[in-house]
Write a protein that binds this ligand. Structure first.
Ligand SMILES: C[S@@+](CC[C@H](N)C(=O)[O-])C[C@H]1O[C@@H](n2cnc3c(N)ncnc32)[C@H](O)[C@@H]1O
Length: 279
């Protein structure tokens, strides 16, 4: 069983039972699958007995009744795709930006407020391993078990502590390097999360509406955050068929605004406008 310290556990040459793989089939479809012994995976081109690929090389070819396929190594995005949704989840386009802008990497400690379906949790665990820890909290006990299951299903190897927590109660942890909040009223938690963040640590709050962002940005400025900036990633697929290269007609909807800030840990001027990005 790989541990967060096992080198190369995401790039193994041989498929073992319990691994997560992407099954591509010759109708050019793909899905992310956990390889369990004695399980039949159904595809449009026929059934695949997963025993057939255990012990084979990553990337191996398999035959199906009406076609063939490949068992490919998953990208982080594929691992998150297996999440069974109890809640809205964060999308790869936003997760990518968040990981670029937080203080996060192997060994760092992160708090997540709003576990939801654990899509973000898996990405955070991936980013802090080896050696780091993700502490993730939700108010809903009934979401926690499915969230833990989703995390295991992703096949991400990392230290995650899942816990139930009453809103706005002290976090009682050694200060962490970054905090991710994906809850509807983040301003109600600003004091307690700021206490749990190292000086210079970074916070991101995800919210879909302008009025939530306006309220949270003010709460952050009033609590001593600097370099406060809000952004949205606008994303579209491009069709690449020769002679017809153009943006996809399938729109990607608005997801979240991302509001970032850095904890100054200092008494700041009362004129807080200067701490917002005005680009
Ligand atoms: C949109 S979901 C989070 C989705 C998650 N980011 C993901 O990618 O799967 C929001 C979650 O926040 C939880 N929540 C709401 N207020 C909270 C609070 N004050 N503290 C902790 N969790 C909270 C809800 O129960 C819900 O599960």
């Amino acid at each position: 069983m790989p541990t967060p310290e096992s080198p190369g556990h995401y790039t193994k040459p041989i498929i073992e039972e319990g691994d997560v793989v992407v099954l591509w089939t010759s109708d050019n479809r793909s899905r992310t699958v956990r390889v369990l012994a004695n399980l039949i995976h159904k595809t449009h081109l026929g059934d695949l007995d997963l025993n057939q690929i255990i012990g084979q090389q990553t990337g191996c070819r398999f035959d199906l009744k009406k076609g063939w396929g490949l068992a490919l190594p998953p990208a982080l995005e594929d691992r998150i795709r297996v999440v069974r949704r109890n809640t809205n989840i964060l999308y790869p386009k936003d997760i990518g930006m968040i990981l670029m802008k937080l203080v996060i990497g192997p060994g760092s400690r992160v708090i997540e407020i709003g576990t939801g379906s654990a899509a973000m949790t898996s990405a955070l665990a991936y980013a802090v391993s080896p050696g780091g820890t993700v502490y993730t909290f939700d108010v809903r006990e009934d979401y926690l078990k499915p969230a833990e299951k989703n995390f295991r299903r992703s096949g991400v190897i990392g230290n995650v502590e899942f816990a139930i927590r009453e809103p706005a109660t002290p976090l009682q942890l050694e200060p962490v390097h970054s905090i991710v909040m994906d809850i509807p009223e983040p301003w109600t938690e600003i004091e307690v999360v700021t206490d749990a963040l190292v000086k210079g640590g970074r916070l991101v709050s995800l919210n879909p509406t302008y009025n939530q962002i306006e309220k949270m940005a003010k709460a952050m400025a009033d609590t001593g955050y600097i370099l406060i900036e809000c952004m949205e990633t606008i994303f579209r697929h491009i069709v690449t068929v020769e002679g017809r290269v153009r943006p996809s007609k399938i729109p990607v909807p608005h997801t979240e605004f991302m509001l970032f800030g850095v904890k100054s840990g200092e008494e700041l001027s009362e004129d807080t406008d200067q701490y917002y990005s005005q680009r």
